[in-house]
Design a protein around this ligand. Structure first.
Ligand code: AMP
Length: 493
C-alpha cells in the first residue's frame, strides 16, 4: 500500500475524472459502496484462491472484510436499490480495493479500480457495449498500444459438462484457467496442483482398466467388490462394514475416473490456448477443434460477431487475440470474458482491464432470480504511467502569501486571504508568526511571486502592502482593488 503524494494524487484525480465524465456520457451513473463488506458476500462469488487474499477479520462476532473488488458489492447495491427499476441499469464506480497479494511491479495490496456494471440488456448488445467502452476509455486517455484478449467461458464449461466432471473438479478447472492460459509455467503449476488433488495409484489404474473392459452398473460394481471382500480372509465385524468398505473403494475408483476426465479437460484447455491468436485466421482452427470434441460452437459464433462490432468501432484486428482458454481468477463468469493488456515502461506485459458476463452473480449474492449482467474494471495505477505526459497539463497558480505583522493582525490577514480565494486566486496565510522579513524569505522559498504584508496601518486603512518578491518593490493597494490588481500579475505555471 502506498502513500499518494500531490503529483500522483492530481494525476489519479484527473484520470478518474476524465473516465467518469466519458462513462457518464454513455449513461453510466456514478455510485459507491462501503469499503467494508460482510465477508460472505465474496464467498458467494470467489474461488478459494481469491478468497485467501481477503483482508478479513471479526468484529463483534461479525465476519467482515475490506472489499477486494467492486462487482459483488455493486450487485448487492443493485438488489437493494435498483432491482424494481426498468433495465438496463448502468452504473460506474471508482475507488480503492484491497487484496493480500505478493506486491510486485504494478501489483499493490491497495489499488484503485475504475469500472462499470451493466444490468439487463440483450447480452450480445451489452457485451459489445462494454468492450467498446473499455477501448474508448483507452482511446480517450491516448493509450494506443494495447491488446484486447477475448474469451468465452462457455467452451470450457461445455466440455466439462460433456465429461461429467463433478462440480468441485469443474469449478477448480475454471478457476485454474487463468493460470493455465497465462504461460506454460502456469500450466505446469496448475497440472501439479491437479496431480496433488487427483493422484494416481497404480493399483487403482489396473482396477479401473479392468472394470472399463467390462463395464458394470454401480450396483453390479458394489456387488462385485462386496463378493471379492467376502473371499478374502479379513475379519469384518458385520455385513454393514463390508458394504461401507465396498462403497469407499468405489468412491476411490470414481475419483480416478474424475482424474482421467480432469486431465482430458486440461489437455483440451492446452490445445485451446495453443490456438489463441488474432481473428479471422484462428476462427476456422478453433471451429475444427470444437467439432473434433463435438462441442457446440455458439460461443465461438458469439465472439465472431463481437469481434466484427469491436473492429467496426476502430480497434484493429491485430490488437485482438481470441483465447478460448482465457480464464479469470474469480468463478462467477458465465459468458464473455475479456482482458486488456499493454506493455509497461520496461516492456513487461501488464493487465490493464478485466471483465466479462456474470448472469448468476446477482442471485448468488441474495437475489431471488438471475439477472443478466456484465462489466469491467481498470486498475487506475496501471493506466497512469501509460498516459502521455503532456496529457497531465498541470495548471498551478503561484500562491499569494499574506503575512500578518503580529499575531493580532491575523484576523485581518485571514479576511484578505479569504477574499482573494473567493475571487479565484490562491492565497495562503503565513502561520509561522516569525515576523515580516522571515515571512518574506519563506514566501520566496515557497515559490510565491507576491506577498501581502498586513499590519495595524493596513487594517485601519483597509489596504494591504503588496510586495513583489522578485523585484522587491512595494505598493499600497486598497482591499477592494486587490483581486483585480493581482489577477493581472499572478503568473500561472
Ligand atoms: P480484476 O478485478 O482482478 O479483474 O482486476 C481489474 C484490474 O485491476 C486489472 O486489470 C488491473 O489493472 C488492476 N489490478 C488488479 N490487481 C491489482 C493489483 N494487485 N495492483 C494493481 N492493480 C491491480
Amino acid at each position: 500500500m502506498h502513500d499518494v503524494l500531490p503529483e500522483a494524487f492530481r494525476q489519479q484525480y484527473q484520470v478518474a475524472e476524465r473516465v467518469r465524465v466519458l462513462l457518464e456520457r454513455a449513461g453510466y451513473q456514478a455510485v459507491d459502496t462501503p469499503m467494508l463488506e460482510r465477508s460472505d458476500l465474496f464467498l458467494a462469488s470467489f474461488a478459494q484462491d481469491a478468497w485467501q487474499n481477503l483482508y478479513a477479520f471479526q468484529l463483534h462476532q461479525r465476519d467482515l472484510c475490506l472489499r477486494p473488488e467492486y462487482t459483488a458489492s455493486i450487485c448487492r447495491l443493485y438488489l437493494d436499490h435498483y432491482q424494481r427499476l426498468p433495465q438496463p441499469v448502468r452504473l460506474q464506480y471508482a475507488g480503492p480495493v484491497f487484496r493480500y497479494e505478493t506486491p510486485g511491479r504494478g501489483r499493490y495490496r491497495q489499488h484503485t479500480q475504475v469500472g462499470i456494471e451493466l444490468f439487463g440488456g440483450q447480452p450480445r448488445c451489452a457485451d459489445a457495449e462494454i468492450v467498446q467502452l473499455a477501448c474508448e476509455i483507452l482511446q480517450a486517455l491516448h493509450i494506443t498500444t494495447y491488446r484486447l484478449e477475448l474469451g468465452h467461458v462457455g467452451v470450457a464449461s461445455a466440455l466439462m459438462e460433456r465429461l461429467h466432471l463433478d462440480r468441485q473438479a469443474a469449478h477448480l478447472l475454471l478457476t485454474l484457467m487463468e493460470q493455465i492460459s497465462r504461460s506454460p509455467d502456469g500450466e505446469q503449476a496448475a497440472r501439479a496442483r491437479l496431480e496433488a488433488l487427483y493422484p494416481q495409484t497404480s493399483a487403482e489404474t489396473r482396477i479401473v482398466d479392468r472394470i472399463e473392459e467390462r463395464p458394470l452398473s454401480l450396483n453390479g460394481q458394489s456387488y462385485l467388490v462386496s463378493s471379492l471382500l467376502s473371499g478374502i480372509s479379513l475379519p469384518f465385524s458385520d455385513e454393514d462394514s463390508r458394504h461401507e468398505i465396498a462403497e469407499r473403494f468405489l468412491w476411490k475408483i470414481g475419483r480416478s475416473e474424475q482424474r482421467r476426465h480432469v486431465f482430458a479437460a486440461l489437455e483440451f484447455l492446452r490445445q485451446l490456448r495453443g490456438l489463441a491468436g488474432s481473428p479471422p485466421e484462428v476462427f476456422s482452427e478453433l471451429q475444427t477443434l470444437l467439432s473434433s470434441y463435438q462441442l457446440d460452437d455458439s460461443p465461438l459464433k458469439e465472439l465472431e460477431r463481437l469481434v466484427a462490432l469491436v473492429e467496426a468501432s476502430g480497434v484493429d484486428s491485430r490488437q485482438i487475440t481470441l483465447n478460448l482458454a482465457l480464464g479469470r481468477g474469480v468463478s462467477y463468469y458465465t459468458g464473455l470474458l475479456f482482458e486488456i493488456h499493454a506493455p509497461d515502461e520496461e516492456g513487461a506485459d501488464l493487465q490493464l482491464c478485466g471483465g466479462g458476463r456474470y448472469d448468476h452473480l446477482v442471485r448468488a449474492v441474495g437475489g431471488t432470480s438471475d439477472v443478466r449482467a456484465c462489466g469491467f474494471a481498470f486498475g487506475l495505477e496501471r493506466l497512469i504511467p501509460l498516459i502521455p505526459r503532456d496529457d497531465f497539463h498541470i495548471v498551478e497558480q503561484r500562491p499569494v502569501i499574506v503575512i500578518p505583522v503580529g499575531t493580532h493582525d491575523l484576523v485581518y490577514a485571514s479576511a484578505v486571504a479569504r477574499h482573494l480565494r473567493e475571487e479565484g486566486l490562491a492565497a495562503e496565510v503565513d502561520v509561522n508568526g516569525r515576523g515580516v522579513s522571515i515571512g518574506l524569505r519563506q514566501a520566496a522559498r515557497r515559490g510565491a511571486q507576491f506577498a501581502l504584508i498586513v499590519g495595524e496601518t493596513e487594517w485601519q486603512s483597509n489596504t494591504v502592502t503588496l510586495h513583489d518578491l522578485e523585484s522587491g518593490e512595494e505598493q499600497t493597494v486598497r482591499r477592494e482593488d486587490l483581486a483585480e490588481v493581482l489577477a493581472g500579475k499572478v503568473r500561472i505555471v
